[in-house]
Design a protein around this ligand. Sequence first.
Ligand code: HEM
Length: 508
Amino acid sequence: MNKVEQGKALAPVAVGTAAALYLSYKIFQSLLYKNNEYIKEIPVPSSAYPYVGHMFSLGDMPAEKVSQWHKELGPIIKFRMGVQTWVSIDSPELAHKVMVTNGSKTSHRNENEFMFHMYSFGGKGIVNSHPDAAWKKARAAVAAAIAPSEIELYMTSIQNQAKKLVDTLMDTSDKTKAGIFPFKDLQLYVMNTVTLIAFGRTFPSRDDRTFIEISETVDEGFKLSGVDYDMANYLPVFTIYDYFKGVRKILCQYLIEKRNPVYGSLIKEAHYTDGPNLVKYLDNHGYGLSEEETMVIFSDLTGAGTDTNSVYLCWTIAIMCHHPEVQKKIAAEIDDFIERNDRLPLFSERLQLPFCISAMKECMRFKPVTAFGIPHLAIDDIEVDGYIIPKGATIIPNMMSMHKNSEFYPDRPDEFVPERFMNALETSSAASKGKVENRDHFNFGWGRRICPAIHMAEVETFIGFIELMSRCFIEPGEDGMPNINKADNGGIAILPLPYKVKFTNRKN
Ligand code: HEM
């Protein structure tokens, strides 16, 4: 018998052995996961290529592509990002089971080269660290500094910043016929609260040198945290390519020449500024943080606290421009409050403005702030609803299709319906602590990694929005309506495309 004939003779044996092995594997799996009658395979989109997997099928706006895959394949899908396995979920209930019920196994972060190893000095700080003792301590300190009772102390400052924001928007809008893109002004408004709490400092205008430095540092950090600058993490062959392209040099340069000096001097100066701030608090309460830990905590806080609230408000303004009838209803509700009280409502009086609250929540559902939240990592196999999420998988909620899920949002999920939350007016902070079926939206994440600043975010956005809508009518600029059907991929955030609107005085 020659080798070919020998091979043919052995083929049935090989097939039989493989079938037996497969059957034993399935029996072993069903014994291991005996709560379920059978284990379902997590569906995989078909557009994978050897080695790179689905990486280059994601296109310019990965959240849209992943939403399309969910439409075709269901609420949980698995795809390959080079050597990494990613599992995306777009059912709120399933996401809850994965990230809350199984939170002890799904609250770690990915050890990406840039964000984990370089930016966070090997997983220090809050956002990119694993849920270890140091993370717990840092998170608890930050949570204490932005607790509702602390935010109350900053309320007058937030109100003053909101007044300044709206003065600036109206003044600059008055001076140009074309209209203005408000993003940098919104960034200044929200950053001033973060920097006041963190460093005891605010900045007078968007032209302030230090504000520009911090804002550029935040924006560049978001850009560099994208997949483009972390190829070697997904495709190890890129280690060589990265070396030639100098990616590592760009990342090191950013940290050494920008991030470290900018936050280093803010932290140093915070020790000598008047009044309380988080830098002094951590020092005086014996936290014993190293220089690196301090650096990461403050850059985490400034980054996470700036380009989230400002992106939300920027989308909200664009959506309002599309809906003059909604603006009129909002204005009537605010005017009614002012007539009765002779002043603007406080955050604690928010329930007296049900339509405003509902419309604000709907803006966040309709245009989520992030594409995938901040990815979680599975540190063990987990079984949920008969699916096995494998150990080592990166878990992402797909915010775009999750917020259009027709089972969770049965009333016209693809449309902007400002009345949607009229019966769900409690704060998102309170809703996030309750049952999943009573949550309003999922922009703030899940479980033990949930955004620790939900209350602060709700206060800042409420005060800014109410101040704006009490004085302005938002109209399209010369280029027409903002395009809200498309978006810019801002790495972690989904940004509206630049647009121009006019803020006209509605009392004229
Ligand atoms: C509209 C506003 C905001 C949105 C939509 C938002 C969203 C998120 C999301 C999705 C996460 C990840 C949750 C998860 O892993 O499941 C997160 C974490 C975080 N956010 Fe926010 N956030 C907002 C405002 C803020 C503000 C104002 C601050 C600080 C001043 C902040 C600080 C943080 C921090 C430190 C974390 C990391 C928590 C951890 O990993 O343990 N966020 N946020």
